[in-house]
Design a protein around this ligand. Structure first.
Ligand code: FEO
Length: 169
């Protein structure tokens, strides 16, 4: 594999672990506000991000490439209100989409089709991640300042259960 692609994949491991850390911070924010359904939703999101990180790890290992676990940046922990957290989630997913697109474009330039094929799953996954983040914002906008609505959305988000990724390496 080309060194450029390896470096980007290695950086992506860190970005996925950071995503997990960021969502743990979101979960903590909501837990402290008595919104344990939102907290549950982001705890599961964090589990998914760890899975994403490990898929990149496994892909590098399967290709006999070494990787290094770099330091994980400290995530934000304070926001003005719930909506700000949800918007930070969408902005972060867009950042991750850009990052994966960049790896894809680099691999394609280098005719590294094994990597582009591996990334196909993530391209689709990022579409779903952005849709989920966007829907949460739309639902919160509909609720506005209604305490009842917030409580009902929290009850709904409490139902989310963890599912292992459909991609197995
Ligand atoms: Fe690993 Fe939320 O994308």
């Amino acid at each position: 594999m080309d060194k450029k692609v390896i470096a980007l994949l290695n950086q992506q491991v860190n970005k996925e672990f950071f995503s997990a850390y960021l969502y743990l911070s979101f979960a903590n924010y909501f837990e402290n506000r008595g919104l344990s359904g939102f907290a549950n939703w982001y705890l599961i999101q964090a589990q998914e991000e760890r899975d994403h990180a490990m898929l990149f790890v496994k892909f590098l290992q399967n290709n006999d490439e070494s990787l290094i676990y770099e330091a994980i940046e400290k995530p934000a922990s304070t926001w003005e209100n719930e909506m700000e957290v949800l918007k930070a989630g969408l902005a972060h997913e867009k950042f991750i989409t850009d990052s994966i697109n960049k790896i894809y474009a680099t691999a394609l330039d280098l005719k590294d089709f094994r990597t582009t094929q591996f990334l196909d799953w993530f391209i689709k996954e990022q579409g779903e991640e952005e849709t989920n983040a966007n829907e949460l914002i739309q639902q919160a906008e509909l609720i506005g300042k209604s305490g009842n609505g917030l409580y009902m959305l929290d009850q709904k988000l409490a139902l989310r259960v963890y599912a292992a990724p459909s991609l197995v390496l």
